[in-house]
Design a protein around this ligand. Structure first.
Ligand code: GLP
Length: 641
């Protein structure tokens, strides 16, 4: 793959290509792989690929499968070595990386079984050292890795080389980091089930590959990518060691690139076109850097921070400060549905009509509550007609223990009180399944439906805290989710039609959605694309002409004030209501309280995120609130009309 860097990329110590979406990025990487495979075929040689697991490479593997099916790309001359494997998981375990690779790639292409290598997680502890040495020997015998595909963990790990891994580390057994185990908890239905150890190629092993392609998508990777790409090489961010490799490139999407200097502080890397959002970003970032309120910034503060061109463009600091201060102030509103009978020329939401029809889309139960429970509460109190729509039931996220508890409770009721034989039989069937199934066996359709009921009950209870009318709390149960599994979802027109049907029936004045910055293969990422497609399809409808589409922030990372178009403040009492609402999603609370850290729980993250946004506004010299929920206007969706 060709490597060249531009002026804008001067801070990047690993050459990085940024693509509008992950789809475009994987097409480029898959085409490069396909080119290498064919080149070697012509030479009668094998190609040795180093492969990764996780959500990130799923799309790449799908594209390779497509090239195999539609463009005749053969993998007969490909040899693969996987980076890592969990210890203690047999190959057929649904969460083992061997199983992942079989399902996501190997089964679907013509690669000979003897050509694939995944570390064996079942190797006895006493034999691990020797086994790892042999794994490396096999790589060398195969001629060394030609191209290594990598993802990156939020700890900065590559493979399972957690912080602290040495630059010359080799294939070995490692202990997994707390954050890594928490990130894997969802797949394993609870953190307690995530293995504690793994076997991984070392950093040194990875660096021996002739070429390396690191892939990353979504805003959750933005901060660690910045550290890996622009920071100093350090073993606290093992991916930063990739800076040493002369033929390593990052292929990332725009949301993952958000923290790189060329996007965060574009004026530092070259001339910029001073559009209003860039100006706002520049002022907010100088104020943040100097810890000064906007109205106290002086000309020197701008010039000393590389922003003389901005002053030339806009005049003095004085007028610039006032302008941006006003803009920021106008994002704040306690009236997310518009303030009736008030001048709305500087408000994010129009006053008319005074009573709006609103649809709030939640990917899985809890997502929308985390992002906007306080705002939902306000919309309800201000008498807007709110339809809260859960796009999926979330049954995949219910730990077995929760289902066991619910079955036993219902069983008690039906046996001792209701005498409902039919119900009892159904419950007995579920109880039997729970008894016989190993922790990671696929749930039957009935058990999934049952787990879905648990989440729906929790969701309804949390909606009641917000005062929502339960007849307007809908569950779309989108087919992609009901029929799928994490990382194996396939969407269809049916999903879009279902969302579109709802929008056309309600003809909303406001739509709230999330997930634009989420990993595209996550439920939130998929739901975002489905809602966008549905709105695009409805683009010409008259109601869309008057509809504002709002994106609410996930608790993944608080948005900076310059990224926010509407900031809805929460009083201490309103924040308490929000936390009460979140607390009703009990199946989503940590299953391992003795391991839990202060900020580990999703409701804690949401609280932290909302408080941080309030602090940001306060530091800029705006009013000091307890907490703030943030929203961005989705003009790109509205503009399609
Ligand atoms: C996993 C794997 C890594 C992977 C990383 C990121 O634990 N061991 O190889 O790159 O974590 O995972 P994801 O792509 O799901 O974000």
């Amino acid at each position: 793959m060709q490597i060249s860097q531009t002026e804008a990329e001067q801070y990047e110590r690993i050459p990085t290509k940024v693509f509008p979406t992950s789809d475009e990025a994987v097409r480029v990487v898959a085409a490069a792989i396909s080119h290498l495979v064919r080149e070697r075929q012509q030479q009668g040689r094998t190609l040795v690929l180093g492969l990764a697991t996780g959500s990130t490479p799923v799309k790449l593997y799908r594209e390779l499968i497509r090239l195999h099916r539609e463009e005749g790309l053969s993998f007969r001359n490909v040899v693969t070595f996987n980076l890592d494997e969990y210890c203690g998981l047999p190959p057929r375990h649904p969460e083992s990386y061997r199983h992942f690779m079989e399902v996501q790639l190997f089964q679907e292409v013509d690669i000979p079984a003897e050509n694939v290598h995944v570390p064996d997680g079942m190797i006895a502890r006493s034999e691990v050292f020797e086994y790892c040495r042999k794994y490396e020997e096999r790589i060398r015998e195969a001629g060394g890795i030609d191209l290594q595909v990598l993802g990156i963990g939020r700890t900065g790990h590559i493979g399972f080389n957690e912080p602290g891994s040495a630059v010359d580390s080799r294939t070995r057994m490692v202990t997994l980091d707390r954050l890594t185990r928490r990130d894997a908890a969802r797949d394993f239905r609870g953190e307690a089930n995530v293995p504690e150890y793994a076997i991984t190629m070392g950093v040194g092993t990875i660096l021996e590959a002739r070429e390396i392609a690191l892939l990353a998508w979504g805003e959750s990777k933005a901060a660690i990518l910045r550290a890996a790409i622009e920071g100093l090489q350090t073993d606290t961010v093992p991916a930063s060691f990739l800076q040493r490799h002369s033929n390593c490139q990052c292929f990332i999407d725009e949301t993952a690139a958000g923290e790189l200097t060329r996007f965060r502080l574009p004026w530092k890397v070259g001339p910029v076109y001073w559009e209003p959002p860039v100006i706002r970003k520049a002022v907010v970032s100088v104020a943040g850097e100097l810890k000064k309120p906007v109205l106290r910034l002086r000309d020197e503060d701008y010039t000393e921070n590389g922003l003389s061109p901005l002053l030339v463009e806009t005049g003095s600091a004085y007028s610039l400060n006032i302008r941006i201060f006003n803009e920021l102030q106008h994002t704040i509103t306690g009236w997310p549905g518009g303030k009736p009978n008030a001048d709305d020329s500087n408000r994010p939401v129009p006053a008319e009509p005074p009573r709006k029809r609103v649809i709030v889309f939640g990917p899985e139960p809890l997502d929308a509550e985390l992002g906007m429970a306080g705002t939902l509460h306000r919309l309800v109190r201000h008498q807007h007609e709110v339809t809260f729509t859960y796009l999926t039931s979330g049954n995949l996220g219910v730990p077995d223990n929760e289902a066991r508890m619910a079955i036993s409770l219902l069983n008690e009721l039906s046996v001792n009180r209701l005498g409902d034989i039919a119900g009892k039989e159904r419950l007995a069937e579920l109880a039997k399944e729970m008894e016989n199934k190993a922790p990671f066996d696929e749930d039957s359709v009935k058990l999934r439906q049952f787990k879905g009921l648990i989440r729906k009950a929790e969701a309804r209870a949390s909606c009641q805290v917000l005062g929502l009318d339960l007849s307007k709390v809908l569950f779309l149960d989108l087919p992609f989710y009901e029929k799928g599994r994490y990382r194996q979802f396939a969407t269809s027109e049916q999903d879009i039609a279902s969302i579109r049907g709802l929008c056309e029936r309600i003809q909303p004045h406001q739509i709230y959605v999330t997930g634009s910055g989420a990993d595209p293969s996550s439920v939130a990422g998929i739901c975002f694309r489905l809602v966008s497609s549905a709105l695009e399809a409805s683009g010409k409808e008259a109601w869309m002409g008057a509809c504002q589409v709002w994106l609410y922030a996930s608790s993944e990372r608080p948005w900076y004030p310059h990224e926010i178009d509407m900031a809805v403040p929460l009083s201490p009492a309103e924040l308490a209501v929000k936390l009460d609402c979140l607390y009703h999603h009990r199946s989503q609370r940590s299953q391992t309280p003795f391991l839990k850290t202060q900020s580990g729980e999703s409701w804690q993250q949401a609280e932290h995120s909302n408080r941080t946004t309030a602090e940001h506004y306060d530091h800029l010299g705006l009013p000091e609130y307890e907490a703030i929920e943030s929203f961005r206007r989705m003009k790109e969706v509205e503009r399609r009309r």
